[in-house]
Design a protein around this ligand. Sequence first.
Ligand SMILES: Nc1nc2c(ncn2[C@@H]2O[C@H](COP(=O)(O)OP(=O)(O)O)[C@@H](O)[C@H]2O)c(=O)[nH]1
Ligand SMILES: [Mg+2]
Length: 647
Amino acid sequence: VEAKKTYNHFIIGTAGHVDHGKTALVKALTNIDCDTHPEEKLRGITINLGFAHLDFPNGTSVGIVDVPGHRDFINTMVSGACGIDFALLIIAADSSVMPQTIEHLHILQMLGVSAGCVIITKTDLVDEEMLMIVEEDVKDLVKNTFLEACVILKVSSVNRQGVDELKEFLSKQNFTKQISGSSNLFRMFIDRIFSVSGFGSVVTGSVLSGHLKLEDKVYLLPAGKELRVRRLEKHGKEVNEVIAGNRAAINLTGLKKEEFNKGMVLCDRVINPTKIVDVKLEIIRTGKKMEMWSHVLFLLATYESHARVHLLDSDRVKCGEHAIAQIHLDAPLIAQIGDKFIIRNSSNDITLGGGEIIDPYPLHHRKRTEKLIEQLKKISTGDVQEHIAAEIRKYHSPVTLDCIANNLNLSKNELSHFTVELLPEDISYFNSDGTFYFILSDQLGRLKNRIIRVLENYHKQNSLDEDGKSFEELMGIFGIARNPASEGVMKSLLKEMIKTNILRTSNATWKLFSHNVLLSEEDKMQIKFVEDFHKKHQMNTPLMSELIPQANNIGIFNSKLEQILRLLVNRKILYNIDGNYIHSKVVDKCRKSLVDFLNARQDGITVAQFRDLVNGNRKICLLLLVQFDREGTTYRDGDLRFLIKQS
Ligand SMILES: Nc1nc2c(ncn2[C@@H]2O[C@H](COP(=O)(O)OP(=O)(O)O)[C@@H](O)[C@H]2O)c(=O)[nH]1
Ligand SMILES: [Mg+2]
């Protein structure tokens, strides 16, 4: 079990209509002016994200992201709102709820923000009665959202009325979240990049998960470039580590500003980009209905791309309804399961809805089958069990649990919630020495049948062979799909087939349990012929070139001859010494002479002495000595051979 660390980490984000006093409120709280850009100063509106931090007396420092409220900058608002933990929905008392108040609230809701409060600003401009009306509007607005029943605070950034109360309220929030330990993936969407003279490139962003230390390696994705962390800052202060929930500024060695594109991610490992994602999505109450193949703009943190939505479980989704869909993106995306996104219409003027990624690397679903939809609904619950099952289903060959966990970036902690026995029935598994191998059950069935058919065929073609096929030969069934996982499955499956009396082993091969060599009268006659041929040759090495024509003469042709030779070897009647067959009587007789000779004297034997001893030609003598060395009767030292003393 992994140790859980508790960190103080939290990001507050503003939201609300343009000119309602968001930036002014952040300044009143933190004394930091977020509208620093000349154009922002000139137009008096926020265009880029603003960043500030609120430091509490107890030492906690909380990051604040100030977003633009203007309808033209919704994409920027989405990128800022991604990664926030607590929302300040800001509404000016003199104008009450306006279009982007509603739109921002929808976006926060879709992004899964779950905590926040409403702040009515500019209270200095209105009377009590107006304030009460605005408060009623607010209560209507937040019904059925995460802000239903939230605290509503009234503030003026001009006369500072309510500012201290707001600070007090924020300081009482629980700014700690448990995040699991070291194996969590570090991920941060980059929202700004700039060059600092003497330091190189600095990037900033909200850390979505994991942690990063000085000198760590990081990758800029999807480009895949490896970089090193030279300096880290959190809220303007140098630190050694940044973690999930921090606003971080990271000075990177190896990065040039030109190599950076909007939507890029920093990660502590390489994650493959994707252009198709499976999602569950929701169309907002006041949005527009969506058809089977809609063109949309897809926003995920700083990433944006045109996309087509392929609805899977319905032909259209009405306002306020949910759907399961496959989204085809124009630009490569780095995403993980559970990432939240927003969709807008393709001309980027209406927010349609949003949702959550349930599979970042799905197969292309050409058909909308019941089975597929049922499986997607299951994984949309976010259950690890179902995600693992879905990942295994993408493979057409065996796969290990390690590989699946790696694909899904599952930490050990997340994996501990996985129970192999509870996998759906369409997936089979083997546990071999602690390694889990998965294969789809129908693939396993086919593999089993292939093994049986391959052996049936072999036995039919080689009726005199008492053996079956070797492991290597059986692995040929996988063809090019052969890999360590397929070997693991084959090993386990063969074991299982032996246990269930489908197979037997013999001489390091596998054969059908039922396979027995039955010899006909003709077989027996032919076997006797081949045995006699070798027996009568005695010490003259029998040559295949002599055997073959003689065998052919009496109707033994090549494959049959091979089978007979193998049978005689298996029955230990012939020795096969490097493709030369010598009768066992000859080998045994010579062995006995050699052992007697060596037992009588201690100074070994040369090849020439052995030839005289057994009275054979040079070729057969060399073969015999090789056999005696191999079987462990003798050993060779230079020109001499000695007896290996049997203990
Ligand atoms: N009277 C008054 N004016 C405010 C208050 N807060 C902001 N303003 C003014 O409202 C305008 C818009 O404020 P700003 O913070 O830029 O709004 P934003 O677009 O929501 O960030 C500016 O001219 C501010 O000076 C307030 O509490 N009282
Ligand atoms: Mg502003």
